[in-house]
Design a binder for this molecule. Structure first.
Ligand SMILES: Nc1ncnc2c1ncn2[C@@H]1O[C@H](COP(=O)(O)OP(=O)(O)O)[C@@H](O)[C@H]1O
Ligand SMILES: [Mg+2]
Length: 422
């Protein structure tokens, strides 16, 4: 089973690329599902037909669905939400406000990913393609196996045992709604679901993330930042799709300036994303709509279809390895990059903007967006270690640990203290 997740800024071509990938996979005989999680769905537009929130068959081996966030949220979080709602209202909150407040941060997005997990577990599909722009916070939330449990426990600071013991007494003193066994069961189920999803998406043998971008400075910068965080959280990114590249045959004076700007931006894309493969897709003469155009786009991305597992199969792992690693040793944070076969010359480091690091070794150049945690640290040095280049960031002696307080979702802290006071 393969999960292919396309991410990138709005408008770059995520939906088109996801749909094109799906068309190719189905053509190769994989049982394929393509799902969009963007509330402003456009998967239907790509296939030039209505899709909607139920899974529909689009072609042989090919199914599609535009996930309805609200109903998914209700399915997975409904019980818990219902209880929180009752609790807020008991505390005197207006019912509408209570309902709003009971929607936890990230809940909507998590719900759509949960739907994907359950599809993956169903065994119905060989390939699941996700047209999504998951926000950094959701991916962060999902990147650590235990974080789901931690999150839920912070939200739900009651223990089943304590409630069972206290229930008779509390009942005599107040009419505050206490979570029932059913609610605890539902939370357990949620936690285990989130943990499974976390495992699935961070398992590089099954899930690959692909960055879609256009050769425009602002778009590249944003994609570069997302890429840094995907690496930081340990997801496998195996390709970059550079969409809307002007075809070489374009010979129009008006476009010459645009073309030369694109050429320099394409070079920048390589500096940012090497050693990942970068697939260029031309700007077509018309919008990408309908299965035949999508097939054409698949040709541009993956090359002609051959056989399963051969060239042109989108389920390949296009890159295996850790293109950017960040870890901590006793004194430093270390940014570790794989090096191509370059002459091991002097390493030149240059910080162009405060969070951007440019690395030069002879003619070879890389450009890395630093995560906030590293951007504020001084660089202590760089060293070749095996076939990688390690760059050391001074943590100083007193590395400020992130306090638990800073990490807590504040809204839930407020709830907890109010809960205690009553
Ligand atoms: N390479 C391309 N050539 C021509 N039109 C394209 C190309 N890629 C995408 N489009 C068109 O651009 C629009 C936005 O693409 P879409 O895939 O919906 O972007 P996203 O999902 O990232 O918002 C659509 O109308 C699509 O048909
Ligand atoms: Mg889209």
């Amino acid at each position: 089973m393969r999960i292919l997740l396309y991410t990138g800024k709005g408008g770059v071509g995520k939906t088109s690329v996801s749909a094109a990938t799906a068309v190719r996979c189905a053509e190769l005989g994989y049982r394929t599902a393509v799902l969009s999680t963007d509330p402003a769905h456009s998967l239907g537009d790509s296939f030039d037909r209505r899709i909607g929130s139920n899974m529909v068959e689009l072609a042989p081996n090919l199914w599609g669905q535009e996930i309805d966030l609200l109903s998914q949220m209700d399915q997975y979080w409904g019980t818990v939400q219902g209880y929180l709602n009752a609790l807020f209202m008991w505390q005197g909150m207006d019912s509408l406000v209570a309902e709003e407040t009971a929607v936890l941060p990230g809940m909507e997005e998590l719900s759509s990913l949960m739907q994907i997990t359950s599809l993956a577990e169903s065994g119905r599909f060989d390939v699941i393609i996700i047209d999504a722009a998951p926000t950094g916070s959701t991916l962060q939330l999902l990147s650590f196996p235990d974080i789901a449990r931690w999150y839920i426990e912070k939200i739900f600071p009651f223990q089943r045992k304590t409630i069972q013991l206290a229930r008779p007494m509390v009942k005599r003193m107040t009419d505050m709604p206490l979570p029932s066994d059913e609610i605890f069961d539902s939370i357990e189920e949620l936690v285990s679901f989130l943990e499974r999803m976390s495992r699935l998406l961070s398992d590089g043998t099954q899930s690959s993330m692909r960055v879609v971008l256009n050769p425009e400075k602002m778009v590249i910068k944003e994609a570069q930042r997302a890429y840094t965080y995907l690496n930081l959280y340990g997801y496998s990114v195996d390709a970059v799709i550079c969409n809307r590249v002007f075809p070489r045959s374009l010979s129009d004076q008006y476009f010459d300036i645009w073309k030369s700007a694109q050429a320099s931006n394409l070079e920048f894309v390589h500096e940012c994303f090497q050693p990942l493969p970068i697939f260029e897709v031309p700007l077509f003469e018309q919008e990408v709509m309908g299965i035949s155009m999508l097939g054409q786009m698949a040709n541009a991305i993956f090359g002609p279809a051959t056989t399963r597992g051969g060239d042109g199969d989108p389920t390949q792992h296009f890159y295996i390895g850790k293109p950017q690693q960040i870890f901590r040793n006793e004194r430093h944070y270390v940014l570790s990059l794989p090096l191509p076969l370059v002459e091991r010359d002097e390493v030149q480091l240059h910080r162009s903007v405060f969070d951007e690091l440019v690395i030069r070794i002879g003619n070879w150049k890389r450009n890395v967006a630093l995560p906030i945690g590293l951007a504020k640290l001084d660089i202590a040095g760089a060293k070749y270690v095996g076939d990688r280049l390690n760059i050391y960031f001074d943590t100083g002696d007193a590395l400020p640990e992130i306090s638990e307080e800073e990490l807590k979702p504040t809204r839930w802290e407020a709830l907890k203290s109010r809960f205690r006071r009553n």
